[in-house]
Design a protein around this ligand. Structure first.
Ligand SMILES: [Zn+2]
Length: 528
């Protein structure tokens, strides 16, 4: 069973958070700011919320039972704080459930490999065993066709092997300058050559995979190193290859183990693999956002939106993408329910589904709720890891810059001293759910965090797990968001005049304000 907030966690939480309980000494005579500080910095629930979410529920891939469990858990949590909460369906996605993956190298020696089924991949029926062939180095379709029969009863190693899984930073620290330069060059040339090798086949990706399946392959092997020690990105095969298998498993291996299997196969040392992998498909199932609302007392038809995507990839637990953003928004909502229960405007938290497949949850919400966009005072979105908020802008809205600057000036400098403000900034066309709001010209503040090794280690990776979270930062970010929400709720209406768009230095063209799109209301073609 899922564990809700329970008193039992309090002690461990207090120990592990190691929150520096420095008293706030910023001069403010605003009792709500003082109360938010006390609640957010001195009585944070971030650890407790995150532990239940990430350890007990785990990753929240769209269309999986875990995503549903997470939605119900979040609704219950919000309701427990007295926040009006609902699960709002906006469409469907194909059902899929991950089971256990187990992959062993059984010849020429025994080793249990670090491997897992890719998202939305078919599994095996029981245990399958066979040799390995590597993707061919041929010049044309005839060469590929001649190679094709060799895959019968074998696993096909389909990804580029890394000659070394040692991060470049290690060369930078220990190597000579020449070594580091040559590794950097080699790695980039290798990528170019690999892409040419894929193109030389003369098959579209989907046709290539269909041919491999049709020729009797047992499965395809994949690996996507993210450049850090032991870290790899685990997506769906469609995401990284442009097409997926339909009947045989696509299995992702660590950089180290994929390289081992590739070297054995390409050096004639006859590796044999034994695989058991469960992946269960169902029909299209409803997918939903979780919405929590504290109704405004004076201007209920105007909104402050706290925004984070709740879904994740499932190679890890979805801890920093976007467990942390979700925890920040949930915790901010808890703080607000406690310290500002009768807001001037309606405060709404949106935990979005399917951001990872194209901002589908938030785009659908924006499309379905023109009243929220018309009445939007400000939306705050966070989605890039466990760092302190380090950047913010008004995303291209000129006069709104003044409002954002004013709010920031009222937040204690213990928090704002780490934030670079850039005004008016530019509207973002994608990357996270802020794009779903700013495209409509509705006031949106993207809160950008400092990296904490996000791209080399945790983004969409096997290592995106609970232990990577820096709780002081999450607590501070939740406090910031609660304060900004309160200040935005109380302020005069935020204007929407747009900046003159800058010239794109690459194209020489004047950039255009991004246009809004609806979310995919069923499994998009790319993932079918
Ligand atoms: Zn994300």
């Amino acid at each position: 069973m899922l564990t809700r907030t329970s008193a039992g966690f309090g002690f461990a939480a207090a120990l592990l958070m190691a929150m520096p309980l420095s008293a706030q000494n910023f001069p403010t005579d605003d009792p709500v700011i003082e109360a938010i500080w006390a609640e957010g910095m001195e009585s944070s629930h971030a650890w407790t919320i995150g532990q239940a979410m990430l350890d007990s529920i785990g990753p929240r891939l769209t269309g999986t039972p875990a995503a549903d469990r997470a939605n119900r858990w979040a609704r219950e949590m919000l309701a427990g704080w007295g926040v009006d909460a609902r699960i709002e369906n906006y469409g469907t996605w194909k059902a899929w459930e991950r089971g256990v993956t187990h992959l062993d190298l059984v010849e020429p020696r025994i080793r249990t490999l670090d491997a897992m089924l890719m998202a939305w991949s078919p599994g095996t029926d029981g245990v399958v065993e066979g040799g390995v062939v590597t993707f061919p180095d041929v010049d044309n379709a005839a060469g590929f066709d001649a190679w094709l029969p060799s895959v019968d009863g074998k696993f096909v190693a389909l990804a580029m092997p890394q000659p070394s899984c040692r991060p470049l930073s290690s060369y930078e620290e220990y190597g000579t300058e020449e070594q580091t330069d040559s590794v950097r060059t080699e790695r980039s040339e290798m990528r170019t050559a690999w892409n040419a090798r894929l193109e030389a086949i003369g098959y579209a990706r989907a046709d290539m995979l269909a041919a491999i399946e049709g020729a009797g392959a047992l499965g395809v092997l994949w690996s996507d190193w993210s450049g850090g020690w032991g870290a790899r990105r685990i997506f769906a095969l469609n995401t990284v290859f442009g097409a997926a298998t339909t009947t045989i498993p696509a299995v992702d291996l660590s950089c180290e183990d994929y390289g081992l299997v590739w070297r054995l196969a390409s050096r004639g040392q006859a590796p044999r693999l034994r695989l058991s992998a469960r992946g269960t498909f169902g029909d299209e199932v409803p997918v939903a956002n979780v919405i929590g609302e504290i109704r405004g007392t004076e201007l209920p038809d105007e909104y402050v939106v706290l925004s984070a995507h709740f879904d994740s990839w499932d190679g890890g637990s979805g801890a920093t993408d976007n467990g942390t953003g979700s925890i920040v928004m949930l915790e901010a909502m808890r703080i607000l329910a406690e310290t500002y229960p009768s807001p001037k405007r309606t405060i709404l938290v949106g935990l979005w589904a399917s951001e990872e497949q194209g901002l589908n949850g938030s785009r659908s919400f924006v499309h379905d709720h023109p009243e929220v966009i018309d009445g939007l005072q400000a939306a705050f979105n966070q989605d890039n890891g466990t760092g302190r908020v380090a950047r913010a802008s008004s995303m291209g809205l000129v006069s709104a810059s003044g409002n954002v600057a004013d709010w920031m000036s009222r937040v204690p400098s213990e928090i704002t001293k780490y934030i670079d403000l850039s005004f008016p900034g530019t509207p973002s066309g994608g990357g996270s759910d802020h794009a779903s709001f700013i495209c409509a010209g509705a006031p949106t503040v993207g809160l950008g965090s400092s990296s904490w090794d996000y791209f080399a280690y945790t983004w969409h990776s096997n290592l995106d797990t609970f232990d990577k979270i820096v709780w002081e930062n999450v607590g501070s970010n939740a406090t910031l968001v609660a304060m900004l929400a309160y200040l935005a709720s109380e302020d005069d209406r935020v204007p929407r005049d747009r900046r003159i768009m800058p010239v794109d230095s690459r194209t020489g063209e004047v950039q255009v304000w991004p246009t809004c799109e609806d979310g995919a209301r069923e499994t998009s073609d790319r993932y079918r």
